[in-house]
Ligand binder design. Structure first.
Ligand code: HEC
Length: 224
């Protein structure tokens, strides 16, 4: 450090104003020395900091059209973006909103649908689908209940479409919920609808007795 200070002092002429010829030579040497040191210390960091690349949408005069990126070859499909299954990805068949699921719905699918629905939809549509979620209670436009006749009659593809494209004041969920999960949520909405509109006939005969028991005023499980 003392050595470096001596050299810096010499360069800026702090020590002794009458440097003489030897002093001037030494000063020139020191300037070269410090210059090389600075280049060595800072210059070598540039290799990773300034890269010979174009940032997205940067202009260039290398290509005739002035764009640094090239158009993909016609027909190119990005990995994972091949969407040939119309029903699976649009909710439609031959352009018409479909009432079919693109894959068989199992109990596991329904449970996954319930989980996703509870995460993404209940803030507005609430846990039963009546449309009184917490955000609505705080002033967001109220969605229609899933239990109105029009939505009971709506094909299941309609629910998929609403999630995929958004609907009126409701924004799209395509970026947050993958297509298969959107179908699982649609299936769970069907379950919610059934839950609010079931009759005794929908209950398996073997279970009906329990319901009649309950309606006689006894809470479930209390009969010994
Ligand atoms: C931030 C609040 C909000 C969330 C979260 C939300 N929605 Fe909605 N949704 C709305 C509103 C508001 C409407 C009514 C839009 C309109 O008519 O302008 C609506 C309408 C709907 C409709 C009825 C469309 C019709 O035909 O009338 C369906 C079905 C629906 N949403 C499904 C869902 C599903 C499924 C989710 C979860 C993936 C979800 N929504 C999440 C606010 C929300």
């Amino acid at each position: 450090m003392g050595y470096l200070k001596l050299r810096i002092d010499r360069i800026f002429g702090i020590r002794g104003s009458a440097l003489g010829r030897r002093g001037a030579l030494a000063r020139a040497r020191d300037i070269v020395f410090l210059g090389t040191a600075a280049l060595t210390l800072f210059g070598c960091r540039l290799d990773m900091h300034v890269q010979p690349k174009y940032l997205p949408y940067a202009a260039t005069n290398f290509f005739g059209d002035g764009r640094s990126e090239r158009q993909p070859v016609p027909g190119t499909v990005a990995r994972g973006q091949l969407r040939l299954d119309e029903l699976m990805f649009t909710g439609k068949e031959n352009g018409v909103v479909s009432n079919r699921f693109p894959f068989p719905i199992t109990r596991a699918d329904l449970e996954r649908g319930r989980e996703r629905y509870n995460i993404y939809c209940t803030p507005c549509h609430d846990y039963t689908g009546s449309g009184h979620g917490m955000i609505v209670q705080r002033g967001f436009p109220q969605p229609p209940s899933y239990h109105i006749q029009r939505l009971r009659d709506a094909p299941v593809g309609h629910f998929f479409e609403v999630m995929t494209n958004g609907f009126g004041a409701m924004y799209s969920y395509a970026a947050r919920i993958e297509p298969a999960d959107r179908w699982r949520i649609a299936a769970y909405i069907r379950a919610l609808q059934l839950g609010q509109d079931a009759t005794l006939q929908d209950v398996p005969a073997s279970e009906r007795a329990k319901l009649t028991e309950n309606s006689a005023g006894q809470p479930a499980g209390s009969s010994r």
